[in-house]
Design a protein around this ligand. Structure first.
Ligand SMILES: *[C@@H]1O[C@H](CO)[C@@H](O)[C@H](O)[C@H]1NC(C)=O
Ligand SMILES: *[C@@H]1O[C@H](CO)[C@@H](O)[C@H](O)[C@H]1NC(C)=O
Ligand SMILES: *[C@@H]1O[C@H](CO)[C@@H](O)[C@H](O)[C@H]1NC(C)=O
Ligand SMILES: [Zn+2]
Length: 522
């Protein structure tokens, strides 16, 4: 009662302000001169006060849940991508907002795993999908399973169930969409149980020195247990599904040793209208409303980076749109996992510009999901599995090209530096050279490198074969029913517990257990 009247009176007090500076009106500015205006900052802050005070906590049942996972999308990645996106649109980059930055509630997720301070995409998938922290490199199994212990991974007591399984047990549909191979660590967390994330095909198991009959590969798990019940699976990775005697539609030969064509097996095993598509034209031509099952494999391996030319590859946004339309057929609702998986890969290669573009693509997919769903019944959670070592450094001027060189020079060697750089990475020699006159190491002049190009590698410190993950907390952005529960600082494995609470699925306590109390209106 009190909160309600307080909100009403604040809204009345602020409504003239809102009238003049209504939603999104002054967010985007084209001239950085405005940033010098005292009035601008005053009204900007007042508008945020208005928006916050007019937000009522949403305590409805979450019929649908969409989990968006930006692989390796650290907080600096989000900041830099926001600026990059704004600068491409011709507005002052710092003022821009990615789609999920418009959400009302944000929290921080602690990403370490059971045995590593800095984690990987496998162990973190067990945390944010199954609600339990586990060992580095393992997927869908508890920390009692050590890496490569295939026997322990088979024990039912060690196997974790993901929120996709909780949803399907609760009569909802479930699906996944990714820009990586669908057998890669993050999407595998939706349906697979393995003591090693690299066991993507039986070839991989053997290649790692293990027995494929004892260590079931990830691709075949998509055709058994919970994997076979997923309604939508889209991403890349045909070679993990085809025998080494067959080629996919792009002419790439498969790698399976067991002679199985898992794509055909998948289609034959489904009842109803089961569609398999291999390119964007195919995908956009199906009718999602009469498709019961959809398998889309758009590359032999990962989908190409958006900044690279590729043949007929759908965007993450297009895959997300089709997935939501297929899954919406179930009146009981759905769980959908959407991964922007190549933000991480671009960072590993220290190709910051590609990481920025992949993050923008990811944001576009979130936007599409918001357009297609009702916030009163669909909970959207956007987060990352772990960070990276990229920083936004130095003192560049406002709206300086974020993917370029800083507007000032180092005050020690008087050479330019890149605004984006990494703590570690490959190709050290590209950035440092020997000053032979006195045998000291100096930085190269970055003006002679291709900083700003899509394939430019950005400078870094410690030499490493590929740039590593970062151990900083990552943000969790939430919108829809019970999204206010996602604020604060918490362990990464809390995320599915909160989603389960909001949608009354899973083994933990749910809103439906508390409903009589929660629905009480004073
Ligand atoms: C897309 O796939 C369809 C069916 O497999 C095929 O006929 C078509 O040529 C493909 N398009 C391109 C551009 O490869
Ligand atoms: C698959 O990805 C590779 C690497 O990114 C790219 O070169 C190729 O064009 C892609 N293939 C298709 C069919 O899109
Ligand atoms: C080494 O020589 C270069 C070129 O003469 C000079 O700029 C630099 O300051 C010297 N470094 C040291 C540590 O003396
Ligand atoms: Zn990674």
């Amino acid at each position: 009662m009190h909160t309600f009247w307080l909100m009403i009176s604040i809204q009345v007090a602020l409504c003239s302000c809102h009238y003049m500076y209504g939603p999104d009106r002054s967010w985007n500015i084209r001239s950085k001169g405005e940033l010098k205006s005292k009035d601008f900052w005053f009204h900007d802050a007042q508008r945020t006060v208005y928006e916050k005070t007019s937000t009522i906590p949403n305590q409805y049942l979450a019929k649908n849940i969409i989990l968006f996972l930006g692989d390796g999308m650290s907080v600096p990645t989000v900041t830099a991508a926001r600026i990059y996106d704004g600068q491409k649109k011709g507005i002052v980059g710092e003022r821009n907002r990615l789609e999920f930055e418009k959400f009302n509630y944000v929290g921080l997720s602690k990403t370490y795993c059971a045995d590593k301070q800095v984690s990987d995409s496998a162990a973190t998938a067990s945390a944010y999908l199954s609600g339990i922290k586990a060992n580095y490199l393992t997927i869908g199994v508890s920390a009692d399973v050590k890496v490569n212990d295939c026997e322990a991974a088979k024990s039912p007591s060690n196997r974790l169930s993901s929120i996709a399984t909780w949803a399907m047990r609760g009569r909802k549909s479930a699906g996944l969409v990714t820009t990586t191979r669908v057998t890669h660590a993050s999407p595998a967390g939706v349906y697979a149980h393995t003591s090693n994330r690299d066991f993507e095909s039986d070839f991989d198991v053997k290649d790692q020195g293990h027995d494929p009959s004892k260590c079931p590969d990830i691709a075949q798990q998509l055709l058994s247990d919970e994997g076979q019940r997923l309604k939508v699976v889209m991403g890349g990775g045909t070679r993990k599904f085809l025998p080494n005697t067959e080629k996919d539609v792009y002419g790439n030969v498969g790698e399976r040793l067991d002679g199985r064509n898992l794509i055909n097996e998948w289609q034959r095993s489904k009842h109803g209208n089961a569609q398999v598509v291999f390119n964007r034209t195919n995908l956009l031509s199906i009718n999602p409303y009469n498709t019961d099952y959809l398998l889309g494999l758009f590359n032999a391996s990962h989908l190409a980076y958006k900044l690279d030319d590729s043949i007929d590859t759908p965007t993450l946004e297009e895959m997300t749109e089709t997935a939501i339309k297929v899954l919406s057929a179930n009146p009981g609702g759905f769980f959908l996992f959407v991964e922007g998986g190549r933000i991480d890969h671009a960072h590993h290669e220290t190709k910051a510009k590609k990481a920025m573009e992949e993050t923008v693509q990811f944001s576009n997919a979130v936007k599409k999901a918001r357009e297609l769903t009702n916030p009163w019944e669909t909970l959207i959670v956007v987060t990352a599995d772990h960070g990276h070592t990229m920083t936004i450094n130095g003192y560049p001027d406002i709206n300086n090209d974020i993917t370029g060189l800083s507007s000032d020079l180092s005050d020690l060697d008087y050479l330019p530096y890149a605004t984006l750089s990494y703590a570690n990475g490959p190709e050290m020699n590209r950035f440092y050279e020997l000053e032979t006159s006195n045998n000291t190491v100096k930085r190269v002049d970055l003006r002679n490198l291709n900083i700003g190009d899509k394939d430019a590698r950005y400078p870094h410190g410690v030499p490493y074969s590929e740039e590593t993950h970062g151990g900083g907390d990552v943000a969790v952005y939430a919108n829809g029913p019970w999204s206010h529960l996602f604020s604060g600082v918490y362990e990464q494995n809390t995320i599915p517990h909160l989603m389960g609470f909001a949608s009354c699925i899973g083994p933990g306590i749910t809103y439906c257990d508390l409903r009589p109390k929660a629905a009480y209106v004073p």
